[in-house]
Design a protein around this ligand. Structure first.
Ligand SMILES: [Fe+2]
Length: 177
């Protein structure tokens, strides 16, 4: 089965449409951070990068009078659920291995528990923990991390470099969880 690259995922129209809402900069930086943590933790680098790149793809636009409405967002947000579904559809369409597509989709579903009525902190797998912590490290006060800009050219260059790093450092024997 062919390898689906980070650049292929990023340049797909579904990603381009939905990733703009939560910000390309946040997605790319979280993917880089996630690979760094995965290297330290012995987690599969490819899964960590793809899960982090797509973790916020489920965001809805919570705008009211031109501004992000955080109260509405906190009450009604299900971006992790939508992101899990959207990313799964996208990955399968691109030809990703089905087992890996499911693993990535679940990591996106569980990258936060802010939308759940209970905490999942003690139940995270090493992959879930890596994506959760990378996201947290990239967070800025007031959700400002969603507004830092990055053009498509820079995003593609950084993702190509990250892809190289994954190919060089990936240990094929590492677990996928
Ligand atoms: Fe995020």
């Amino acid at each position: 089965m062919k390898r689906v690259t980070l650049n292929e995922i990023f340049n797909h129209p579904i990603t381009q449409k939905y990733l703009q809402r939560s910000g390309i900069h946040h997605a790319v930086s979280t993917a880089e951070q996630s690979v760094t943590l995965a290297e330290q933790q012995g987690v599969d680098l490819d899964l960590a990068a793809k899960s982090a790149l797509l973790h916020d793809i489920g965001h809805y636009e919570w705008y009211k009078d031109g501004k992000w409405d955080y109260e509405e967002y906190r009450k009604h947000d299900i971006h992790a659920i939508k992101g899990a579904e959207r990313s799964h559809k996208l990955l399968i369409r691109l030809g990703e291995n089905k087992e890996r597509a499911k693993t990535i989709s679940i990591a996106i579903l569980l990258h936060t528990d802010s939308y759940l009525p209970f905490s999942i902190e003690s139940m995270r797998t090493p992959l879930h923990d890596v994506v959760f912590r990378a996201d947290e490290m990239e967070e800025l006060p007031g959700g400002a991390h969603h507004y830092v800009e990055m053009d498509t050219g820079e995003a593609n260059e950084r993702l190509a470099r990250l892809e190289e790093r994954i190919l060089q450092n990936q240990d094929p024997k590492r677990s996928i969880s």
